[in-house]
Ligand binder design. Structure first.
Ligand code: FAD
Length: 479
């Protein structure tokens, strides 16, 4: 997918580019360079954009150089953390892509259970670093996702009902602002900025490292996946919603409707099976977890039940193979106030119409610690939602694009009347426009974010994201 974003890069002089190159510790990559195509590629193979320059940053000074260079030459800027954003905002057409994927260092301070991680780190890097000390930072569900985009949008994952969203565990950042200055922020020094960084996305600057609160977790947890045939979807989901509503905070579940993908981590007899079920992760006392999960496992006759004592890091990587990098992906999302019978009927009916083994519908169970943070305390929106719904499809052959996108859209249209208003911003696709962003935050929160944007990025330099427009933009044709 190509989008015309800027062509000012064409007027860059060789000398300016060469000076920029010399100022960087990392590589400056141009069209025609051997690794250009590989470096501009992101997880979603549908995104095919060609930046004029890619700065592969190695140190904070590179990020500062890159931002200043982009400003000086009026270049569109995109920021790449882990490259997992489905909307493809990590890569720009014709501008400067600031790539942080080589900045992955992590440091755990066991004294106060805090972790500092550079912004190119993936969830797997963070888990490996923390689990060595029996700690974990709540993050997502696929180990190859970048911590940066995930944290700044919120961060939903297996630990959230006990320990909150990733952004709730964010205690400080190092970042580079839109004017190319370095800034170290925490709640004491920049409380309003920290408020915005906890769910406001990449709008306020380029975070170069995150500081998190970690928690004792594992190394063993009780976790896995349980599935029933899709024909039992309504019955299962009705039981599931009652079961999940009673679940203790130690248990986080994600209900799923999908066709099982033909990958090594899925037993062969399940390949191609159309299923309904849930993934679970219990992080408390394991014997108590057995008792808590028994009714869930006893319901009906599952065709697959892999719930067992397992390493937390293994559970964190269990879904990786089902979302291969380079496939084409499209998704839609909504925050749901509850799982009503009518909605369950809709999900079951449309679930049967999925055709790709890389398509799935996920219902992330919210509540617990997520809902105990007051709505106004962070930019992250819709804390009261009971579920965060994602309808996603993946396919390998570009000729399937229209069909798969239409299927996702039609499913989404059917689910939309049940929305609490808006969706998780990190599950938005390239065609979720400004009105979806405003709908998600609501007018009041959006205005507060826009005021913050006016302070930190008044020309909207960082606009390839779920964009917050500055309240009073300065004269700048790019904004
Ligand atoms: P990128 O594509 O690199 O970045 C996305 C955007 O974030 C950029 O366009 C930019 O606006 C911003 N950004 C990135 N880095 C920085 C930075 N250093 N400073 C400022 N802004 C920055 N989300 C969940 O919450 N829970 C899940 O379980 C979950 N599972 C997922 C599984 C898969 C397979 C995928 C593809 C996504 C999943 N997500 C999940 C969504 C995920 O949170 C977003 O895709 C997120 O944007 C990924 O971050 P990234 O750094 O990899 O993305």
């Amino acid at each position: 997918m190509r989008v015309s974003q800027d062509s000012t890069a064409r007027s860059l002089s060789k000398r300016a580019v060469s000076e920029f190159d010399s100022a960087l510790s990392g590589d400056l990559i141009r069209p025609g360079d051997e690794d250009y195509d590989q470096v501009r590629s992101i997880w979603n193979g549908m995104i095919d954009r060609r930046p004029a320059l890619i700065a592969r940053c190695k140190v904070v000074a590179d990020v500062i150089e890159a931002v200043r260079f982009a400003r000086r030459h009026s270049l569109v800027v995109s920021v790449r953390g882990g490259g997992h954003g489905v909307s493809g905002n990590a890569v720009c057409e014709g501008g400067l892509m600031i790539d942080l994927s080589e900045m992955t260092a992590t440091h755990v301070d066991t004294q106060d259970a805090t972790v500092t991680a550079e912004a190119g780190a993936l969830l797997g890097d963070l888990d490996r670093a923390t689990q060595a000390f029996g700690l974990a930072v709540p993050a997502g569900t696929v180990s190859e996702t970048g911590i940066a985009g995930l944290t700044l949008g919120g961060g939903l994952g297996w630990l959230m009902r006990k320990h909150g969203l990733t952004c709730d565990n964010l205690i400080g950042v190092d970042m580079v602002t839109a004017d190319g200055e370095f800034l170290r922020a925490d709640d004491d020094t920049h409380p309003e900025l920290m408020w915005g960084l906890r769910g406001g996305g990449g709008n306020f600057g380029i975070v170069t490292s995150f500081r998190y609160q970690a928690h004792p977790v594992g190394p063993s947890v009780l976790a896995g996946f349980l599935f029933h045939p899709i024909a039992e979807a309504e019955e299962f989901l009705r039981f599931y919603q009652e079961y999940a509503a009673q679940a203790p905070d130690e248990l986080t579940t994600i209900a799923v409707i999908r066709i099982m993908p033909p990958v090594a981590t899925v037993p062969e007899e399940l390949h191609g099976a159309h299923v309904v079920g849930a993934g679970v992760c219990y992080i408390g006392d394991l014997e108590e977890g057995d008792r808590v999960l028994q009714p869930f496992r006893d319901f009906g006759t599952p065709i697959h039940d892999s719930i067992q004592t397992t390493r937390f890091t293994d559970h964190q990587a269990a879904l990786d193979a089902g979302v291969p990098a380079g496939f084409h992906y499209y998704e839609k999302a909504e925050s749901l106030p509850d799982l009503s019978s009518e909605l369950i009927r809709t999900l079951a009916e449309h679930g049967e119409k999925l055709t790709s083994p890389y398509a799935f519908v996920g219902l992330f169970q919210m509540g617990g610690a997520v809902s105990r943070v007051a709505e106004q305390d962070t930019a992250y929106a819709n804390r009261g939602a009971a579920y965060s719904l994602i309808i996603s499809s993946g396919w390998e052959n570009p000729s399937d694009t229209d069909d798969q996108m239409n299927r996702v859209r039609s499913f989404w249209k059917a689910a939309r009347p049940f929305s609490a208003g808006g969706a998780y911003i990190n599950f938005m696709s390239h065609d979720d426009g400004q009105e979806r962003v405003i709908e998600t935050y609501g007018q009041h929160k959006y205005r507060r974010l826009a005021d913050l944007k006016s302070i930190y990025d008044p020309t909207n330099l960082f606009r390839l994201n779920q964009n917050i427009k500055p309240t009073s933009p300065t004269a700048d044709t790019r904004a």
